[in-house]
Design a protein around this ligand. Structure first.
Ligand code: MCA
Ligand code: AMP
Length: 511
């Protein structure tokens, strides 16, 4: 296939990566990646401890150049989720920043520390570019039930998506992308790091999101900003009263939102404060990017724009028939075909087969299409998938984690609207009527006073012993899965509403 990162091969002196005050040009990146490819070449698969750092970017670039597939791991992943990811993906080596304290299953693997400034004597040539179907990344994503699935993403999907975005966004080597997204998902890693590198442009990563950081980088030389709606919500809330932030946002060539729907109110507040419109694009771990509002097109707030070049998108009704209407009203499931698609779910041929409808990938998203061809996402087929802060979270995985707590007899998880997060996770719990002891080493700190969860453990009337408090259950989920999967609200009930078959009636819970 063509070269994934031409500027890296040319060892251009132009700036490539910047994280805080640490930066690498393409020439420097090639000089550190070359020797690394030799050290990791031949590995079956590597895990990358994906902190928001220069080390992570270097590790992923080196793995891609070495044709070794990389599994980016959220450093906050909890015990049971990490055990699953490591046993499912079976990495033979872990790449991490020096000094990182790796937890159990990763600590047991051979480890290679990444020093972005290491110079291994003579410059090493980068190896030949591997074929386009070579798996590049395995990114874990949640489904409605069970543990997350590993999405096998080939080089072809990365190259084609990034080239389609070049066209839609007029993305060039002159662009300086600003972002603060995590580096273990498609948005932050593929679009946010590999995107600038494919163009020969540069990325400034903030390390962690803050409105001040965004204002500073856009006021300097940033030309584009990528964020999730929660970030734009926070920027919109502040831009009205912060002229420096409003001016910095107004200077940007392109403000792009994705991973979840951006409410119209946020679109309007940003436009009013900055004079600049946010554009939305729509994608998925399995499909990378499908549609976008074009930089050179009509603004279309509330829509995710038109299919990207090379991507086929259709709407399908409940009977499996393609919807021909482009009336902005008829709702169908979005199905996608094109070079942007993944190869398979790792070790899950059953799930892979079920995800396709004769070559079309079923996204599970429901949408309409208007006369101009713009898609509008109106919801999801499965109510058991939650999008909170731009993270996809399955109700089933949280229910399983809650049920694994000895103090929980029954559990159901739902979502409710949240101004900041889009959706917040709500847990409905029936506690076991027995005395429970807290799991070992449970740091049951006080609950956030702004969280509507009970701060203390009530006493079990039958046994007189403590029953798990809301904050204990919240910590338990954060510890087992990941902090962003923790319930924000916990309700305790005497019983869950069920139908005659024993199925939980989730709709009745919020009533
Ligand atoms: C809180 N924390 C805890 C607990 N409670 N830790 C342990 N136990 C607890 N009980 C910690 C958290 O780890 C975090 O730590 C801090 O408290 C605050 O957490 P939280 O409130 O959850 O987050 P936030 O700081 O408010 O973050 C909002 C955010 C974030 C920055 C918008 O949600 C975010 O980065 N979202 C991006 C999601 C994303 O990239 N999605 C892309 C996937 P600390 O402060 O140390 O972190 S979708 C995709 O890729 C597709 C293809 C697409 O279309 O884009
Ligand atoms: P993930 O599996 O984490 O990659 O998330 C993919 C899902 O995020 C999609 O199936 C959509 O439900 C949602 N999504 C991504 N971008 C948008 C957007 N611009 N508007 C609405 N939903 C989006």
């Amino acid at each position: 296939m063509d070269v994934l990162f031409p500027a890296l091969r040319e060892a251009s002196p132009r700036p490539a990566l910047r994280f805080g005050d640490r930066a690498l040009s393409y020439r420097e990146l090639a000089a550190v990646a070359g020797p690394l490819t030799r050290r990791i070449g031949g590995q079956a698969r590597v895990a990358v401890w994906a902190t928001p750092s220069l080390e992570t970017a270097v590790a992923v670039v080196a793995a891609l150049q070495a044709a070794v597939s990389a599994v980016p791991v959220n450093p906050k992943t909890g015990e049971s989720e990490l055990a699953h990811i490591v046993s499912d993906s079976a990495p033979t080596l872990v790449l991490a920043e020096p000094g990182a304290d790796l937890p159990g299953p990763l600590a047991a693997l051979p480890r290679l520390d990444i020093d972005p400034y290491a110079r291994d004597g003579e410059d090493q040539e980068l190896p030949y570019e591997p074929g386009e179907e070579t798996p590049a990344l395995i990114v874990y994503t949640s489904g409605t039930t069970g543990p997350p699935k590993g999405v096998v993403i080939p080089r072809r999907a990365i190259a084609r998506t990034l080239d389609a975005l070049r066209d839609a966004w007029r993305w060039t080597a002159e662009d300086v992308l600003v972002h603060a997204l995590p580096l273990f998902h498609v948005h932050g890693l593929i679009l946010g790091v590999l995107g600038p590198l494919r163009r020969g442009g540069s990325v400034h990563h903030l390390g962690r999101f803050s409105t001040e950081g965004v204002a500073r980088e856009l006021a300097a030389d940033g030309t584009m900003l990528f964020g999730v709606p929660t970030m734009y919500h926070r920027l919109a809330a502040e831009a009205g009263g912060n002229p420096a932030l409003a001016k910095a946002l107004g200077r940007a060539r392109l403000l792009v939102s994705g991973s979840a729907p951006l409410p119209l109110t946020v679109h309007e507040r940003i436009a009013a404060a900055t004079g600049r419109r946010v554009i939305e694009r729509y994608g998925m771990t399995e499909t990378l990017m499908n549609t976008s509002v074009r930089a050179d097109g009509e603004p279309a707030p509330g829509t995710v724009g038109v299919p990207l070049p090379g991507v086929y998108v259709r709407l399908v009704d409940d009977n499996g028939q393609a919807i021909e209407e482009s009336d902005g009203e008829t709702v169908g499931e979005v199905q996608v075909r094109g070079p942007n698609l993944f190869v398979e779910y790792l070790n899950r041929p059953d799930a892979t087969a079920a995800a396709f409808d004769g070559g079309w990938f079923r996204t599970g998203d429901m949408a309409t299409r208007d006369a101009a061809g713009n898609y509008r996402i109106v919801g999801r087929k499965a109510t058991d998938l939650i999008k909170s802060g731009g993270y996809k979270i399955g109700a089933g995985e949280i229910e399983n984690a809650l049920l694994a707590h000895p103090g929980v007899a029954e559990a159901a998880v739902t979502a409710e609207p949240d101004e900041d997060l889009g959706e917040r996770i709500v847990a409905w719990v029936v506690r076991a009527e027995t005395t429970v002891s807290a799991p070992p080493a449970a740091p049951t700190g006080p609950a956030d006073p702004t969280d509507p969860i009970a701060p203390t453990a009530p006493v079990d009337e039958a046994s007189g012993g403590p029953r798990p408090s809301a904050s204990e259950l919240v910590d338990h989920v954060a510890r087992q899965l990941a902090p962003h999967k923790r319930p924000r609200v916990v309700h305790f009930l005497d019983a869950l509403p069920r139908n005659d078959m024993g199925k939980i009636l989730k709709r009745e819970l919020h009533a």
